[in-house]
Write a protein that binds this ligand. Structure first.
Ligand code: DAH
Length: 361
């Protein structure tokens, strides 16, 4: 029995080592460990043994079974990684070879508009900042003068992160880029001039809303900043962005928790030219952004003295800017990755927006 077991083990281990493919290994496994396999048959004899014999043979047969099982598993892993190596070698691509087709890629309208905005605001002395898309409650809401029970929180259709860290800073997907107002004021000394373009998230979906979309936040914090500075900045931005010589903006009183006073800004538009316009040429108004003077409580929450510093902020949808400027009326295809749409609406990677050449040239 002993030699039988030993030679059976040696025999099967040899077959396992020889198995050159997963199918061959499976055949060996079934012949040894399958329902009517050789090892299974031996294990079955344990039941009919006297207790003394079983005490001797039990450990030996179990040892046999364990050795075979372990060898099968090890061989299986080795065969799989060899197969993967072979496949990687066979499917190797030489990325340095010349291509048959010219590059098919294009710059997405959202990226294009972000580049245009960065160019326009850089010229006005703004720097671009970025921050986390998974944000804590405090930076997204509380510090922006929206405490726990504030009704404005409910309007944001917030996505909450399922796994919450310990402590009171609950995580959300940021509902706006205004979190960068806070993050910037807490890390930079005034004077501050920033824009923060980026992704934001809200549980909302139709032709003009997608659960992920893009905003740009702008903020200036300094001594002696006024609403007049905001107005000039926005006019300059809108004229440069839409590439028109003049534009009439309409400031409507509004409410945002983080600004006081708050204004919504409409751009005068001419349906004749399909462009922003000024004076009598205006025959309708487009709502494009929210803005106002940064609320003293927001400034104080960031550790700055609101009796010394004040400033303005604005926030605006980048996708909407792209739709208005480049004549698209459905937001959903922006994120469908449909090559035909991208080819039609995309921009050449060689056309870098510059103020001198026209930002969208
Ligand atoms: N955070 C606002 C939103 O997502 C937009 C906004 C309004 C930003 C007014 C601002 C602002 O900075 O002053 O709807």
């Amino acid at each position: 029995m002993t030699t039988d077991t030993d030679s059976l083990q040696a025999d099967i281990l040899g077959q396992i080592a020889d198995a050159a493919a997963p199918e061959a290994l499976e055949t060996v496994r079934v012949a040894a460990m399958g329902k009517s396999g050789s090892v299974t048959a031996l294990l079955k004899t344990l039941g009919g043994m006297s207790p003394e014999d079983r005490q001797v043979q039990g450990p030996r047969l179990n040892g046999l079974r364990e050795a075979i099982t372990a060898a099968l598993a090890a061989r299986k892993t080795a065969l799989e990684s060899a197969a993967l190596d072979a496949r990687l070698a066979a499917e190797r691509q030489d990325m340095t070879l010349p291509v048959a087709l010219p590059p098919q890629g294009s710059i997405h309208p959202v990226s294009q508009v972000m580049d245009e905005l960065a160019e326009i605001f850089a010229d006005l002395g703004f720097t671009v900042v970025a921050g986390p898309e998974i944000e804590d409650d405090w930076h997204n809401f509380t510090a922006l003068n929206m405490p726990e029970s504030h009704p404005a929180r409910a309007m944001h259709d917030t996505f909450y992160v399922a796994e919450q860290p310990d402590g009171d800073r609950k995580l959300v997907l940021r509902t706006h880029t205004s979190n960068l107002q806070i993050r910037t004021m807490m890390t930079q000394e005034p004077p501050i001039r920033i824009i923060a373009p980026g992704r934001v998230y809200r549980s909302d979906s139709d032709a003009t809303h997608t659960p992920m979309f893009h905003q740009i936040e702008g903020m200036v914090i300094d001594k002696g900043t006024t609403l007049a500075n905001l107005r000039w900045t926005l006019e300059t931005f809108i004229k440069a962005f839409f590439e028109v010589d003049d534009v009439t903006l309409r400031f409507r009183p509004s409410y945002f928790p983080f600004t006081e006073p708050s204004v919504e800004v409409d751009v005068g538009y001419s349906s004749k030219t399909n462009k922003p316009a000024s004076g009598d040429a205006v025959d309708k108004w487009l709502e494009v952004l929210g803005s106002g003077m940064v609320h003293p409580r927001v400034i104080a929450a960031c550790g700055l003295d609101p009796t010394v510093y004040q400033g303005f902020a604005f926030g605006c949808g980048i996708d909407r800017l792209a739709m208005l400027k480049y004549g698209m009326n459905d937001l959903r295809p922006f994120f469908d990755a449909d090559l035909r749409w991208l080819k039609h609406h995309g921009f050449s990677a060689f056309d870098v927006p510059t103020l001198s050449g026209g930002v969208s040239a």
